[in-house]
Design a protein around this ligand. Structure first.
Ligand SMILES: [Zn+2]
Length: 58
């Protein structure tokens, strides 16, 4: 096991960027805003407002 170049994945990401069959989608936790109601960065998407989700077969 030598995972040195693991892409930055957020808890809300179910697939690594570029993974076939996966695509970006709006983060449910923050509704795509990237921040929560208290103004803190959304932990699910890391503040990006978007997460990687599997498309089809998923
Ligand atoms: Zn979010």
């Amino acid at each position: 096991m030598s995972i040195q170049s693991t892409p930055d994945l957020n808890p809300g990401d179910v697939a690594a960027p570029g993974t076939p069959g996966a695509g970006e989608d709006i983060c449910d936790a923050c509704a795509g805003r990237g921040t929560l109601a208290d103004g803190k960065p959304c932990p699910q998407c890391g503040g990006s407002g978007r997460v990687m989700e599997g498309i089809g077969g998923g």
